[in-house]
Design a protein around this ligand. Structure first.
Ligand code: NAP
Ligand code: MG
Length: 481
């Protein structure tokens, strides 16, 4: 099949004013960390973007103290309407500076500019708008505490690298709307948009100490988890670290919400519109290089149409453009880090060794940076590790089923339970399936749709608590997790 050639369409990076080094954001100011520093690189080119401070235990302590002071003296005394004004202001600034945020996100994370521009940053702003609207209406949100819900106090928040700004907004917006103050740690490989967000807090005149950003790796996260001044933790990341956090806080007064991994089934019935389903499969697993907790990484396709779906899917994947994240035509960007690339390589090698049939789209890859071709495994059985473990990359495992009951049994045969997709023209089947599937989010005839008004979260080892919607306010008021 002839393929279209695209001329380069690079987004300019001139809009981003990168500093050579960044400190920590504590009490409204950038301060040098007392630990060493680390480099954040662009995974597409391995270019060093900036040096970033590591927050030591003492720095985390200073951040928690600043958050406590801001909480008792300012934020907890402010009316909801006034807190809302700050959140609206932040939301508007994020919209005004959206291009800058999108370019920086693509540089630091490796994701395609069309995703950071059209999904990550607009949604991040939308979460601030949405939660701003709740700030003066919390008494009507049916929260614990009824007409007068009470914040926890100081919240520690730890986020991963796959949607840096979006995860920041999921965490900070509801925490602030409900009257808490925060200490947030972004992931080690993607700290830069969180630091730009710190500038936005300054620009919005947010009272010092309401938001504190501490950068660093696992030990900085651990220092937040262990700090006695933290009232509540909100964590998004791997199930392994989530379990460690749950163990660390057991027996303490700290509350926690955990948003962890997933291994979602995307289920296609023989009456589904196949071309739309193929687009949904692509969106489900190749969006954001497959670095998505709710990715549709297991395709369950009804046996009678399996061959046709596989061949149409492969033809479609051959048209995906893999490369420069800042090119507006790029569909699949860089793998976020060398470590993640190594994990994807190791697990896909296991897939092959266990007997699944491996296919990739054969595209050319840039010579520098971290890349992985869109890959499909067919002939996968439920016991294969690629059907059980999260690859967290652009890798799809295809399994087949014959009956709806078998589809449900296979879909639920996972320790996770974050999301699922159903493709069929029968509404009654959608409702029956959605009822049977142990997944926090079930999409019907679509996949990977996100909206700030809609709660998101998991069952089983995908964690507990919800983010987004009215439900997303609950974990931030007393009387809950
Ligand atoms: P991760 O290793 O668990 O890291 C998540 C965050 O925790 C990072 O900021 C990390 O710091 C920090 N961290 C690492 N060790 C820690 C410790 N001992 N104590 C406290 N914090 C610690 O996960 P990841 O590899 O970055 O992210 C991928 C995982 O996140 C996947 O499993 C994915 O499914 C999950 N995820 C879930 C959701 C959801 O909403 N359910 C959303 C996105 C991602 P450093 O990165 O600096 O080391
Ligand atoms: Mg980076």
């Amino acid at each position: 099949m002839p393929k279209f050639e695209y001329a380069p369409a690079p987004e300019s990076r001139a809009v981003v004013d990168l500093q050579s080094s960044y400190g920590l954001f504590i009490n409204g100011e950038f301060v040098d960390g007392s630990g060493a520093s680390f480099k954040s690189i662009s995974p597409a080119t391995e270019e060093v973007l900036a040096e970033v401070s590591v927050a030591s235990d003492a720095d985390v302590d200073a951040a928690v103290k600043a958050a406590r002071t801001a909480y008792t003296r300012v934020w907890s005394r402010m009316s909801g309407a006034d807190r809302g004004k700050y959140l609206y202001r932040i939301a508007r600034i994020l919209q005004e500076r959206a291009r800058e945020f999108a370019v920086l996100e693509s540089l630091d994370n490796g994701k395609p500019i069309k995703e950071s521009r059209d999904v990550d940053i607009p949604l991040a702003a939308a979460h601030f708008f949405y939660n701003a609207g709740w700030a003066d209406k919390l008494g009507y949100a049916a929260l614990p505490g009824g007409a007068n819900p009470q914040p926890h106090g100081v919240v520690g928040q730890i986020i991963p690298w796959n949607f840096p700004m979006l995860m920041l907004s999921w965490k900070i917006a509801p925490a602030l709307a409900t009257g808490n103050t925060v200490v947030l740690k972004p992931a080690e490989t993607t700290p830069l948009t969180a630091l730009l967000f710190a500038e936005v807090c300054q620009q919005a005149d947010l009272p010092p100490g309401v938001v504190n950003i501490v950068t660093g790796a696992g030990p900085t996260g651990q220092a937040i988890v262990d700090h006695p001044g933290i009232d509540k933790l909100a964590f998004t990341g791997s199930t392994g670290v989530g379990k460690m956090i749950a163990r660390a806080i057991s027996g303490t007064r700290k509350k926690a919400t955990l948003e962890l991994g997933g291994k979602a089934a995307n289920i296609v019935f023989d009456d589904a519109p196949i071309d739309q389903a193929v687009e949904g499969i692509v969106r489900g697993i190749f969006f954001n290089q497959g670095h998505v907790c709710c990715a549709g990484s297991r395709l369950l396709v009804q046996e009678t149409i399996a061959e046709e779906v596989e061949s149409r899917l492969k033809r479609r994947l051959e048209t995906l453009r893999v490369g420069d994240p800042l090119d507006k035509n790029t569909d699949v960007g860089a793998i976020n880090s060398k470590a993640q690339l190594d994990r994807i390589i190791a697990l896909t090698d296991v897939g092959e060794a266990e007997g699944a049939e491996r296919w990739d789209n054969g595209c050319e890859l840039p010579s520098k940076g971290f890349w992985f071709r869109p890959t499909v495994f067919t002939g996968v059985s439920q016991t294969h590790r690629i059907a059980q473990e999260e690859v967290f990359g652009p890798v799809l495992s295809v399994l087949t089923f014959r009956t709806p009951q078998e589809a449900v049994a296979k879909a639920n045969n996972t320790p996770y339970g974050l999301s699922a997709g159903i493709w069929t023209e029968k509404g009654s089947r959608i409702l029956w399936m959605a009822d049977q599937l142990k997944a926090g989010v079930v999409w019907a005839n679509t996949f990977n749709q996100f909206d700030p008004t809609s709660p998101f979260g998991g069952y089983k080892e995908s964690g507990y608590g919800r983010e987004g919607g009215r439900h997303g306010l609950e974990p931030y008021v007393k009387g809950t997790h």
